[in-house]
Design a protein around this ligand. Structure first.
Ligand SMILES: [Zn+2]
Ligand SMILES: [Zn+2]
Ligand SMILES: [Zn+2]
Length: 295
């Protein structure tokens, strides 16, 4: 998945996950694998830049299942636990991205080797409030890491609203977009730096301010929160989400953050005749890297 432009959904479920613990409803007991929804997160490859959006609790399990080992950065939407509680597991990417440094083979942890891996900090892009909250939730994280630069997540926060991510095919251009969630929260617009389709990722949201709506207008692929049919104070319901898809004039959209009210099949029938599909865990969406609409 390193070439081109693609997004893989690592999780598509609401904060308690689907199935919910101890629930015997039709969705929670369904045998359709698409009805098993981990907490929301995604893995994006864009013109050689590979990054995670959020670090949900099952991020490690998803990374293993999908063979994800190349992670150059993390983008956080907000610090609700269903989006960040897997953050400690970025330690593996610190190690994978690390460098070999010489060491005394008799020193602690060297195991007789003349070298050890020095972890490399991962850049984590987050809004100001989110970066501050991450330091409060995980007081042990920092640029240095633990002893020998391991065991503790090594992270450098970038609080900028607009940034580029390097990649061998030109990399990605990323812009933060603010959304209403009753809590400091953002989404992202991602485009290949050398041109191509645009992707907007909005995981948790109840309303989209006019400025954000104008910035996502005409987007090729819109990933959007849609919790359930009934209204909710901090998440989009089906009718609200569909009206935003229409207002944004998205060419294609996928709903995420779904609770157990509806099965995947039921979502598909509710969305028939629209440009929207319910996402499911593991789904990969490919986007063109040259001008044109989404496949
Ligand atoms: Zn959430
Ligand atoms: Zn249930
Ligand atoms: Zn949230």
């Amino acid at each position: 998945m390193s070439a081109g432009f693609s997004i893989r959904f690592l999780g598509t479920g609401t904060s308690v996950g689907v199935p919910q613990i101890g629930c015997s409803c039709k969705t929670c007991t369904s045998s359709d694998p698409r009805d098993r929804r981990r907490r929301c997160g995604a893995y994006v490859s864009c013109a050689g830049a590979s990054f995670l959006i959020d670090t949900p609790p099952e991020m490690r399990l998803a990374a293993i299942e999908y063979g994800i080992s190349k992670v150059d950065a993390v983008l956080l939407t907000h610090s609700h636990m269903d989006h960040v509680s897997g953050f400690d597991d970025i330690r593996r990417f610190n190690t994978i991205n690390g460098i070999k440094v010489p060491c005394d083979p008799n020193s602690s942890g060297a195991n007789g080797r003349t070298w050890r891996i020095q972890g490399r900090p991962l850049v984590c892009h987050a809004m100001n409030e989110t970066a501050d909250q991450m330091h409060a939730i995980f007081p042990y994280i920092g640029e240095e890491g633990g002893k020998n630069g391991l065991y503790r997540p090594q992270v450098v926060f970038n609080r900028a609203d607009i940034f580029d991510l390097d990649g061998e095919e030109g990399g990605a251009h990323v812009e933060r977009i603010l959304v209403g969630h009753g809590f400091p929260c953002c989404g992202y617009i991602i485009t290949p730096r050398k041109g191509g389709a645009s992707l907007a990722y909005i995981s948790d949201c109840h309303d989209i301010p006019p400025e954000t709506l104008s910035r996502i207008r005409g987007v090729d692929v819109l990933i959007l929160d849609c919790l359930r049919e009934r209204e909710h104070p901090t998440h989009l319901s089906l009718s609200r989400a569909l009206s935003y898809v229409e207002e944004a004039a998205a060419k294609k959209a996928y709903f995420i953050h779904m609770c157990h009210d509806l099965t995947h099949q039921e979502w598909e029938s509710r969305l028939e005749g629209t440009c929207v599909s319910p996402a499911y865990d593991g789904l990969v969406v490919e986007l063109p890297t040259e001008c044109g609409g989404a496949k």
